[in-house]
Design a protein. Structure first.
Length: 465
Protein backbone atom coordinates (compact mmCIF):
# COMPACT_ATOMS: atom_id res chain seq x y z
CA UNK A 1 0.00 0.00 0.00
CA UNK A 2 0.98 3.63 -0.41
CA UNK A 3 2.74 5.36 2.37
CA UNK A 4 3.95 8.81 3.26
CA UNK A 5 7.70 8.72 3.76
CA UNK A 6 8.98 10.63 6.76
CA UNK A 7 11.03 13.12 4.81
CA UNK A 8 12.94 14.09 7.96
CA UNK A 9 14.18 10.52 8.24
CA UNK A 10 15.45 10.52 4.65
CA UNK A 11 18.87 11.80 3.57
CA UNK A 12 19.14 15.44 2.43
CA UNK A 13 18.04 16.42 -1.08
CA UNK A 14 21.71 16.46 -2.25
CA UNK A 15 22.32 13.00 -0.83
CA UNK A 16 19.10 11.67 -2.39
CA UNK A 17 20.14 13.11 -5.78
CA UNK A 18 23.56 11.46 -5.44
CA UNK A 19 22.04 8.11 -4.37
CA UNK A 20 19.54 8.02 -7.26
CA UNK A 21 22.30 9.04 -9.65
CA UNK A 22 24.53 6.20 -8.47
CA UNK A 23 21.65 3.77 -8.70
CA UNK A 24 20.75 4.82 -12.26
CA UNK A 25 24.42 4.69 -13.33
CA UNK A 26 24.33 0.92 -12.81
CA UNK A 27 21.81 0.51 -15.63
CA UNK A 28 23.13 -0.63 -19.00
CA UNK A 29 21.93 2.55 -20.73
CA UNK A 30 20.88 5.98 -19.53
CA UNK A 31 17.21 5.90 -18.46
CA UNK A 32 14.96 8.56 -19.96
CA UNK A 33 12.38 10.76 -18.24
CA UNK A 34 9.29 12.32 -19.77
CA UNK A 35 7.72 15.34 -18.08
CA UNK A 36 4.60 17.24 -19.04
CA UNK A 37 3.33 20.35 -17.24
CA UNK A 38 -0.34 21.26 -17.57
CA UNK A 39 -1.75 24.65 -16.57
CA UNK A 40 -0.26 28.08 -16.11
CA UNK A 41 3.21 29.45 -16.64
CA UNK A 42 4.01 29.08 -12.93
CA UNK A 43 3.42 25.36 -13.27
CA UNK A 44 5.59 25.27 -16.39
CA UNK A 45 8.29 27.09 -14.40
CA UNK A 46 8.05 24.43 -11.66
CA UNK A 47 8.27 21.83 -14.44
CA UNK A 48 11.57 23.35 -15.63
CA UNK A 49 13.00 22.84 -12.13
CA UNK A 50 11.64 19.29 -11.91
CA UNK A 51 13.31 18.60 -15.27
CA UNK A 52 16.55 20.08 -13.94
CA UNK A 53 16.38 17.77 -10.94
CA UNK A 54 15.67 14.72 -13.09
CA UNK A 55 18.70 15.55 -15.18
CA UNK A 56 20.82 16.08 -12.05
CA UNK A 57 19.72 12.60 -10.91
CA UNK A 58 21.05 11.12 -14.14
CA UNK A 59 17.99 10.90 -16.32
CA UNK A 60 18.14 11.77 -20.00
CA UNK A 61 15.11 13.67 -21.29
CA UNK A 62 12.64 12.50 -23.90
CA UNK A 63 9.53 13.92 -25.60
CA UNK A 64 8.36 10.38 -26.32
CA UNK A 65 6.35 8.91 -23.47
CA UNK A 66 6.81 5.40 -24.95
CA UNK A 67 10.60 5.53 -24.43
CA UNK A 68 10.52 6.85 -20.88
CA UNK A 69 11.37 4.87 -17.76
CA UNK A 70 10.04 7.70 -15.59
CA UNK A 71 6.90 9.68 -16.47
CA UNK A 72 6.03 12.79 -14.49
CA UNK A 73 2.82 14.79 -14.91
CA UNK A 74 2.75 18.24 -13.31
CA UNK A 75 -0.96 18.92 -13.07
CA UNK A 76 -3.44 21.83 -13.01
CA UNK A 77 -6.72 22.02 -11.10
CA UNK A 78 -8.05 25.40 -12.16
CA UNK A 79 -11.03 24.07 -14.14
CA UNK A 80 -12.73 20.70 -14.33
CA UNK A 81 -11.64 20.13 -17.93
CA UNK A 82 -7.99 20.59 -16.86
CA UNK A 83 -8.42 17.77 -14.34
CA UNK A 84 -10.29 15.60 -16.84
CA UNK A 85 -7.39 15.91 -19.26
CA UNK A 86 -4.99 14.60 -16.62
CA UNK A 87 -7.22 11.67 -15.66
CA UNK A 88 -7.60 10.83 -19.37
CA UNK A 89 -3.83 10.94 -19.81
CA UNK A 90 -3.26 8.69 -16.77
CA UNK A 91 -5.74 6.18 -18.22
CA UNK A 92 -4.02 6.28 -21.62
CA UNK A 93 -0.63 5.19 -20.24
CA UNK A 94 -1.85 2.23 -18.18
CA UNK A 95 -0.58 -0.15 -20.87
CA UNK A 96 2.95 1.27 -20.55
CA UNK A 97 3.06 0.32 -16.90
CA UNK A 98 1.68 -3.15 -17.73
CA UNK A 99 4.40 -3.55 -20.38
CA UNK A 100 7.19 -2.37 -18.06
CA UNK A 101 6.48 -2.79 -14.33
CA UNK A 102 9.78 -0.97 -13.63
CA UNK A 103 8.39 2.23 -15.18
CA UNK A 104 8.05 4.94 -12.50
CA UNK A 105 4.88 6.98 -12.79
CA UNK A 106 4.75 10.22 -10.81
CA UNK A 107 1.98 12.83 -10.52
CA UNK A 108 2.52 16.24 -8.92
CA UNK A 109 1.13 19.78 -9.05
CA UNK A 110 -2.07 21.56 -8.13
CA UNK A 111 -4.44 18.61 -8.65
CA UNK A 112 -2.66 16.30 -6.30
CA UNK A 113 -2.64 18.92 -3.55
CA UNK A 114 -6.35 18.08 -3.08
CA UNK A 115 -7.11 15.11 -0.86
CA UNK A 116 -10.12 14.12 -3.02
CA UNK A 117 -7.94 13.87 -6.12
CA UNK A 118 -5.22 11.91 -4.33
CA UNK A 119 -7.97 9.55 -3.17
CA UNK A 120 -9.28 9.13 -6.72
CA UNK A 121 -5.76 8.34 -7.95
CA UNK A 122 -5.39 5.78 -5.15
CA UNK A 123 -8.66 4.12 -6.12
CA UNK A 124 -8.75 4.37 -9.89
CA UNK A 125 -5.10 4.61 -10.95
CA UNK A 126 -3.29 2.30 -8.49
CA UNK A 127 -0.38 1.96 -10.91
CA UNK A 128 0.76 5.52 -10.07
CA UNK A 129 3.91 5.16 -7.94
CA UNK A 130 4.61 8.64 -6.59
CA UNK A 131 2.14 11.39 -5.76
CA UNK A 132 3.44 14.77 -4.65
CA UNK A 133 1.44 17.93 -3.92
CA UNK A 134 2.15 21.37 -5.39
CA UNK A 135 5.31 23.44 -4.83
CA UNK A 136 7.07 20.16 -4.16
CA UNK A 137 10.14 20.74 -6.33
CA UNK A 138 12.54 20.00 -3.47
CA UNK A 139 10.67 16.79 -2.56
CA UNK A 140 11.07 14.98 -5.88
CA UNK A 141 14.51 13.52 -5.17
CA UNK A 142 13.63 12.26 -1.64
CA UNK A 143 10.41 10.68 -2.97
CA UNK A 144 12.27 8.92 -5.78
CA UNK A 145 14.87 7.78 -3.28
CA UNK A 146 12.11 6.38 -1.00
CA UNK A 147 10.46 4.62 -3.94
CA UNK A 148 13.72 3.13 -5.19
CA UNK A 149 14.47 1.87 -1.68
CA UNK A 150 11.34 -0.18 -1.49
CA UNK A 151 8.43 2.15 -0.84
CA UNK A 152 6.11 0.83 -3.56
CA UNK A 153 3.77 3.85 -3.41
CA UNK A 154 5.21 7.11 -2.11
CA UNK A 155 2.64 9.80 -1.36
CA UNK A 156 3.00 13.27 0.06
CA UNK A 157 0.31 15.71 -0.96
CA UNK A 158 0.95 18.60 1.35
CA UNK A 159 1.64 22.04 -0.10
CA UNK A 160 5.13 23.17 0.83
CA UNK A 161 5.82 26.83 1.38
CA UNK A 162 9.60 26.94 1.08
CA UNK A 163 10.95 28.88 -1.88
CA UNK A 164 13.04 26.79 -4.27
CA UNK A 165 16.37 28.62 -4.70
CA UNK A 166 19.43 27.16 -6.34
CA UNK A 167 17.51 24.29 -7.94
CA UNK A 168 18.95 23.15 -11.30
CA UNK A 169 16.65 24.30 -14.11
CA UNK A 170 16.29 23.07 -17.67
CA UNK A 171 14.52 25.86 -19.55
CA UNK A 172 12.18 25.07 -22.42
CA UNK A 173 13.37 28.05 -24.46
CA UNK A 174 16.83 29.49 -25.06
CA UNK A 175 15.51 33.05 -25.42
CA UNK A 176 12.35 33.37 -23.27
CA UNK A 177 12.66 32.73 -19.55
CA UNK A 178 10.05 32.52 -16.83
CA UNK A 179 11.16 33.91 -13.47
CA UNK A 180 8.78 33.35 -10.55
CA UNK A 181 8.93 36.30 -8.16
CA UNK A 182 6.29 35.14 -5.69
CA UNK A 183 4.32 31.99 -4.99
CA UNK A 184 0.85 31.30 -3.60
CA UNK A 185 -2.18 33.53 -3.26
CA UNK A 186 -4.07 35.17 -0.39
CA UNK A 187 -6.98 36.53 -2.37
CA UNK A 188 -9.48 33.70 -2.20
CA UNK A 189 -11.58 34.76 -5.16
CA UNK A 190 -14.64 32.65 -4.46
CA UNK A 191 -14.45 30.62 -7.70
CA UNK A 192 -10.75 29.81 -7.49
CA UNK A 193 -8.95 26.71 -6.21
CA UNK A 194 -5.45 28.20 -6.45
CA UNK A 195 -5.14 29.54 -2.85
CA UNK A 196 -6.11 26.09 -1.55
CA UNK A 197 -3.56 24.20 -3.62
CA UNK A 198 -0.71 26.71 -3.74
CA UNK A 199 -0.77 28.02 -0.18
CA UNK A 200 -0.21 31.54 1.10
CA UNK A 201 1.72 34.29 -0.65
CA UNK A 202 5.47 34.28 -0.27
CA UNK A 203 7.96 36.40 -2.21
CA UNK A 204 11.47 35.62 -3.35
CA UNK A 205 14.25 37.84 -2.08
CA UNK A 206 14.78 40.74 -4.55
CA UNK A 207 18.51 40.03 -4.78
CA UNK A 208 17.85 36.40 -5.78
CA UNK A 209 15.49 37.60 -8.53
CA UNK A 210 17.95 40.23 -9.75
CA UNK A 211 20.82 37.72 -9.79
CA UNK A 212 18.72 35.28 -11.82
CA UNK A 213 17.66 37.94 -14.33
CA UNK A 214 21.23 39.24 -14.69
CA UNK A 215 22.40 35.69 -15.43
CA UNK A 216 19.63 35.17 -17.99
CA UNK A 217 20.41 38.43 -19.80
CA UNK A 218 24.10 37.49 -19.79
CA UNK A 219 23.14 34.14 -21.34
CA UNK A 220 21.33 35.94 -24.17
CA UNK A 221 17.71 35.64 -23.02
CA UNK A 222 15.58 38.25 -24.75
CA UNK A 223 12.38 38.04 -22.77
CA UNK A 224 12.03 37.74 -19.02
CA UNK A 225 8.55 36.85 -17.80
CA UNK A 226 8.10 37.68 -14.11
CA UNK A 227 5.52 35.34 -12.64
CA UNK A 228 3.19 35.29 -9.66
CA UNK A 229 -0.50 34.72 -9.01
CA UNK A 230 -0.62 38.41 -8.16
CA UNK A 231 2.70 40.11 -8.85
CA UNK A 232 1.37 43.30 -7.21
CA UNK A 233 1.50 41.47 -3.88
CA UNK A 234 5.25 41.03 -4.21
CA UNK A 235 6.97 42.21 -1.02
CA UNK A 236 10.72 42.75 -1.02
CA UNK A 237 13.08 44.55 1.34
CA UNK A 238 13.92 48.14 2.34
CA UNK A 239 15.64 48.88 -0.97
CA UNK A 240 13.16 47.12 -3.26
CA UNK A 241 9.93 47.06 -1.27
CA UNK A 242 7.31 46.30 -3.92
CA UNK A 243 6.63 45.29 -7.51
CA UNK A 244 7.04 48.72 -9.15
CA UNK A 245 10.42 49.03 -7.40
CA UNK A 246 11.39 45.55 -8.60
CA UNK A 247 10.50 46.49 -12.20
CA UNK A 248 12.65 49.60 -11.89
CA UNK A 249 15.57 47.62 -10.43
CA UNK A 250 15.44 45.02 -13.21
CA UNK A 251 15.17 47.83 -15.75
CA UNK A 252 18.65 49.01 -14.68
CA UNK A 253 20.21 45.81 -16.03
CA UNK A 254 22.09 46.51 -19.27
CA UNK A 255 21.23 44.44 -22.32
CA UNK A 256 18.73 43.90 -25.08
CA UNK A 257 15.69 42.30 -23.45
CA UNK A 258 12.03 42.76 -22.65
CA UNK A 259 10.38 42.37 -19.26
CA UNK A 260 6.86 40.94 -19.14
CA UNK A 261 4.82 39.94 -16.11
CA UNK A 262 1.75 37.92 -15.22
CA UNK A 263 -0.72 38.31 -13.47
CA UNK A 264 -1.61 41.65 -12.01
CA UNK A 265 -4.65 41.95 -9.73
CA UNK A 266 -6.73 45.12 -10.34
CA UNK A 267 -7.33 45.60 -6.61
CA UNK A 268 -3.60 46.38 -6.17
CA UNK A 269 -2.81 47.99 -9.53
CA UNK A 270 -1.57 51.43 -8.45
CA UNK A 271 -0.51 54.58 -10.33
CA UNK A 272 3.01 53.66 -9.14
CA UNK A 273 2.72 50.42 -11.14
CA UNK A 274 1.44 52.25 -14.23
CA UNK A 275 4.23 54.84 -13.96
CA UNK A 276 6.81 52.08 -13.78
CA UNK A 277 5.31 50.40 -16.88
CA UNK A 278 5.41 53.68 -18.79
CA UNK A 279 8.90 54.71 -17.69
CA UNK A 280 10.92 51.46 -17.73
CA UNK A 281 12.61 51.08 -21.12
CA UNK A 282 12.73 47.26 -20.96
CA UNK A 283 9.10 46.73 -19.91
CA UNK A 284 6.93 45.57 -22.81
CA UNK A 285 3.90 47.68 -23.75
CA UNK A 286 1.37 45.17 -22.51
CA UNK A 287 -0.65 44.91 -19.33
CA UNK A 288 -2.69 41.79 -18.56
CA UNK A 289 -5.29 42.97 -16.05
CA UNK A 290 -7.91 40.26 -15.41
CA UNK A 291 -11.32 41.87 -14.84
CA UNK A 292 -13.30 38.56 -14.56
CA UNK A 293 -16.71 40.29 -14.88
CA UNK A 294 -18.20 43.67 -15.80
CA UNK A 295 -20.93 43.40 -13.15
CA UNK A 296 -20.21 44.97 -9.76
CA UNK A 297 -22.58 42.52 -8.10
CA UNK A 298 -20.75 39.53 -9.61
CA UNK A 299 -17.37 41.07 -8.71
CA UNK A 300 -18.61 41.39 -5.13
CA UNK A 301 -19.71 37.75 -5.08
CA UNK A 302 -16.37 36.77 -6.61
CA UNK A 303 -14.61 38.61 -3.73
CA UNK A 304 -12.52 40.55 -6.22
CA UNK A 305 -12.45 43.69 -4.05
CA UNK A 306 -12.64 46.32 -6.83
CA UNK A 307 -15.49 47.90 -8.76
CA UNK A 308 -15.75 48.36 -12.48
CA UNK A 309 -15.44 52.13 -11.95
CA UNK A 310 -12.11 51.67 -10.16
CA UNK A 311 -10.92 49.24 -12.85
CA UNK A 312 -11.79 51.70 -15.60
CA UNK A 313 -9.90 54.47 -13.76
CA UNK A 314 -6.77 52.29 -13.75
CA UNK A 315 -7.10 51.68 -17.48
CA UNK A 316 -7.73 55.39 -18.11
CA UNK A 317 -4.59 56.35 -16.14
CA UNK A 318 -2.50 54.19 -18.48
CA UNK A 319 -4.29 55.00 -21.73
CA UNK A 320 -4.28 58.77 -21.03
CA UNK A 321 -0.50 58.58 -20.94
CA UNK A 322 -0.05 56.03 -23.75
CA UNK A 323 -3.16 55.31 -25.87
CA UNK A 324 -1.25 52.58 -27.68
CA UNK A 325 -0.54 50.44 -24.60
CA UNK A 326 -1.96 46.96 -25.13
CA UNK A 327 -4.40 45.67 -22.52
CA UNK A 328 -5.66 42.09 -22.20
CA UNK A 329 -7.83 40.36 -19.65
CA UNK A 330 -9.35 37.18 -18.23
CA UNK A 331 -13.14 36.84 -18.03
CA UNK A 332 -15.40 34.26 -16.47
CA UNK A 333 -18.78 33.65 -18.12
CA UNK A 334 -21.63 32.04 -16.20
CA UNK A 335 -20.60 32.62 -12.58
CA UNK A 336 -23.44 31.18 -10.41
CA UNK A 337 -26.71 32.99 -11.05
CA UNK A 338 -25.16 35.47 -13.48
CA UNK A 339 -28.17 37.31 -14.96
CA UNK A 340 -28.53 38.54 -18.51
CA UNK A 341 -28.02 42.07 -17.13
CA UNK A 342 -24.76 40.98 -15.41
CA UNK A 343 -23.57 39.48 -18.66
CA UNK A 344 -24.57 42.62 -20.61
CA UNK A 345 -22.40 44.56 -18.12
CA UNK A 346 -19.49 42.29 -19.07
CA UNK A 347 -20.07 43.01 -22.76
CA UNK A 348 -20.20 46.69 -21.84
CA UNK A 349 -16.83 46.74 -20.09
CA UNK A 350 -15.29 44.86 -23.02
CA UNK A 351 -16.66 47.57 -25.37
CA UNK A 352 -15.29 50.32 -23.13
CA UNK A 353 -11.81 48.94 -22.61
CA UNK A 354 -11.49 47.48 -26.11
CA UNK A 355 -9.08 44.72 -25.11
CA UNK A 356 -6.47 43.56 -27.58
CA UNK A 357 -7.01 39.98 -26.44
CA UNK A 358 -8.84 38.04 -23.76
CA UNK A 359 -8.89 34.63 -22.15
CA UNK A 360 -12.54 33.83 -21.52
CA UNK A 361 -13.60 30.80 -19.47
CA UNK A 362 -16.95 29.27 -18.68
CA UNK A 363 -17.25 29.10 -14.89
CA UNK A 364 -16.18 25.71 -13.57
CA UNK A 365 -17.34 24.62 -10.13
CA UNK A 366 -14.37 23.75 -7.89
CA UNK A 367 -15.15 21.68 -4.82
CA UNK A 368 -13.85 23.38 -1.69
CA UNK A 369 -14.30 26.94 -2.95
CA UNK A 370 -17.01 29.27 -1.64
CA UNK A 371 -18.70 29.68 -5.03
CA UNK A 372 -19.23 25.91 -5.20
CA UNK A 373 -21.88 26.39 -2.49
CA UNK A 374 -23.82 29.06 -4.41
CA UNK A 375 -27.06 28.17 -6.16
CA UNK A 376 -26.80 28.35 -9.94
CA UNK A 377 -29.91 28.63 -12.06
CA UNK A 378 -28.13 29.34 -15.35
CA UNK A 379 -28.17 26.44 -17.80
CA UNK A 380 -25.03 25.15 -19.54
CA UNK A 381 -26.63 26.01 -22.89
CA UNK A 382 -27.13 29.63 -21.79
CA UNK A 383 -23.53 29.82 -20.54
CA UNK A 384 -22.23 28.53 -23.88
CA UNK A 385 -24.42 30.99 -25.77
CA UNK A 386 -23.05 33.88 -23.67
CA UNK A 387 -19.52 32.69 -24.29
CA UNK A 388 -20.22 32.71 -28.05
CA UNK A 389 -21.54 36.29 -27.86
CA UNK A 390 -18.52 37.44 -25.84
CA UNK A 391 -16.01 35.87 -28.21
CA UNK A 392 -17.79 37.31 -31.27
CA UNK A 393 -17.62 40.80 -29.73
CA UNK A 394 -13.95 40.37 -28.85
CA UNK A 395 -13.13 39.20 -32.41
CA UNK A 396 -14.77 42.34 -33.81
CA UNK A 397 -12.89 44.62 -31.40
CA UNK A 398 -9.54 42.88 -31.96
CA UNK A 399 -9.99 43.17 -35.72
CA UNK A 400 -10.60 46.92 -35.41
CA UNK A 401 -7.85 47.43 -32.80
CA UNK A 402 -5.29 45.60 -34.91
CA UNK A 403 -5.75 48.03 -37.80
CA UNK A 404 -3.91 50.66 -35.75
CA UNK A 405 -0.72 48.78 -36.58
CA UNK A 406 -1.17 48.98 -40.39
CA UNK A 407 1.84 50.64 -42.01
CA UNK A 408 3.79 50.72 -38.73
CA UNK A 409 7.11 49.00 -38.10
CA UNK A 410 7.11 46.89 -34.94
CA UNK A 411 9.99 45.31 -33.07
CA UNK A 412 9.21 41.61 -32.85
CA UNK A 413 10.87 38.84 -30.86
CA UNK A 414 10.93 35.98 -33.38
CA UNK A 415 9.81 32.78 -31.65
CA UNK A 416 9.09 30.12 -34.25
CA UNK A 417 7.86 29.11 -37.68
CA UNK A 418 4.26 29.42 -38.84
CA UNK A 419 2.39 26.12 -38.96
CA UNK A 420 -0.22 27.49 -41.38
CA UNK A 421 2.14 29.38 -43.73
CA UNK A 422 5.31 27.47 -44.62
CA UNK A 423 8.24 29.87 -45.05
CA UNK A 424 6.81 32.31 -42.53
CA UNK A 425 8.10 33.04 -39.05
CA UNK A 426 6.06 33.99 -35.99
CA UNK A 427 6.86 36.38 -33.21
CA UNK A 428 5.42 38.74 -30.62
CA UNK A 429 5.63 42.51 -30.64
CA UNK A 430 6.19 44.50 -27.46
CA UNK A 431 2.38 44.84 -27.32
CA UNK A 432 2.23 41.01 -27.30
CA UNK A 433 0.60 40.94 -30.74
CA UNK A 434 1.17 37.78 -32.77
CA UNK A 435 3.07 38.77 -35.94
CA UNK A 436 3.74 36.60 -38.99
CA UNK A 437 6.23 37.39 -41.76
CA UNK A 438 8.45 35.56 -44.27
CA UNK A 439 11.98 35.01 -42.99
CA UNK A 440 14.93 32.78 -42.24
CA UNK A 441 14.45 30.43 -39.25
CA UNK A 442 17.97 31.50 -38.15
CA UNK A 443 16.23 34.61 -36.82
CA UNK A 444 14.37 32.62 -34.16
CA UNK A 445 15.37 34.00 -30.77
CA UNK A 446 16.33 37.43 -32.21
CA UNK A 447 14.56 40.76 -32.43
CA UNK A 448 13.45 41.81 -35.93
CA UNK A 449 11.83 44.96 -37.33
CA UNK A 450 8.64 44.09 -39.20
CA UNK A 451 6.48 46.51 -41.22
CA UNK A 452 2.81 45.55 -40.90
CA UNK A 453 0.85 45.44 -44.16
CA UNK A 454 -2.16 43.24 -43.28
CA UNK A 455 -4.10 42.53 -40.10
CA UNK A 456 -6.73 40.11 -38.83
CA UNK A 457 -8.42 39.68 -35.47
CA UNK A 458 -5.82 37.15 -34.28
CA UNK A 459 -2.60 38.29 -35.95
CA UNK A 460 -0.64 40.95 -37.83
CA UNK A 461 1.22 40.17 -41.07
CA UNK A 462 4.18 41.98 -42.60
CA UNK A 463 7.70 42.02 -44.01
CA UNK A 464 11.05 42.39 -42.31
CA UNK A 465 12.57 45.82 -43.03
N1 LIG B 1 -4.09 35.07 -10.26
C1 LIG B 1 -4.61 35.38 -11.52
C2 LIG B 1 -5.57 36.54 -11.41
O1 LIG B 1 -6.19 36.74 -10.40
O2 LIG B 1 -5.70 37.19 -12.41
C3 LIG B 1 -5.37 34.26 -12.14
C4 LIG B 1 -4.82 32.94 -12.16
S1 LIG B 1 -5.96 31.75 -12.68
C5 LIG B 1 -4.86 30.47 -12.75
C6 LIG B 1 -6.24 32.16 -14.38
C7 LIG B 1 -7.64 32.44 -14.73
O3 LIG B 1 -8.41 31.27 -14.63
C8 LIG B 1 -8.38 33.42 -13.83
O4 LIG B 1 -8.06 34.75 -14.14
C9 LIG B 1 -9.82 33.10 -14.11
O5 LIG B 1 -10.31 33.86 -15.19
C10 LIG B 1 -9.77 31.63 -14.50
N2 LIG B 1 -10.39 30.79 -13.49
C11 LIG B 1 -9.97 30.55 -12.24
N3 LIG B 1 -10.83 29.74 -11.60
C12 LIG B 1 -11.83 29.46 -12.47
C13 LIG B 1 -13.02 28.69 -12.40
N4 LIG B 1 -13.37 28.05 -11.30
N5 LIG B 1 -13.80 28.63 -13.51
C14 LIG B 1 -13.45 29.28 -14.64
N6 LIG B 1 -12.36 30.02 -14.75
C15 LIG B 1 -11.54 30.12 -13.69
FE1 LIG C 1 -7.26 32.72 -8.02
FE2 LIG C 1 -8.02 35.16 -7.36
FE3 LIG C 1 -5.72 34.20 -6.47
FE4 LIG C 1 -5.98 34.81 -9.03
S1 LIG C 1 -6.09 36.26 -7.33
S2 LIG C 1 -5.06 32.95 -8.18
S3 LIG C 1 -8.09 34.25 -9.43
S4 LIG C 1 -7.74 33.46 -5.94
FE1 LIG D 1 -3.52 25.47 -12.68
FE2 LIG D 1 -2.18 25.51 -10.44
FE3 LIG D 1 -1.61 27.23 -12.34
S1 LIG D 1 -4.36 25.24 -10.64
S2 LIG D 1 -3.52 27.50 -13.42
S3 LIG D 1 -1.38 25.05 -12.47
S4 LIG D 1 -1.48 27.58 -10.15
Amino acid sequence: MQDTPDLNALPSQEDCIAAVRAWLAERPSQPLAYLHSFGCQLNVADGEKLTGLLQAMGYGLTDDVERASLILYNTCAVRENAEDRVFGTLGSIKHLKARDPGLILCVTGCMTAQESVAEKIRRSYPYVDIVLGSSAVQRLAPMLYAHMHGMRHAWDIQTYTDIPEGVPTVRESSFKAAVPIMYGCNNFCTYCIVPYVRGRERSRAPQDILAEVRGLVRDGYKEIMLLGQNVNSFRGDDQIPDFPALLRAIDQIEGEFWIRFMSSHPKDASPALMDALLECRHVAKHLHLPVQSGSDEILRRMNRRYTTARYLEEIAYLRDRDPDFSITTDLIVGFPDETEADFEATLDIVRRVRYDNMYAFIYSKRTGTKAALLPDGVSDAEKSARMGRLLALQREIAEENNRRFLGRTLTVLVDGTSKKRPGSLTGRSSENMLVEFPGDPALIGQFAEVRIDRTRSGALFGEIV
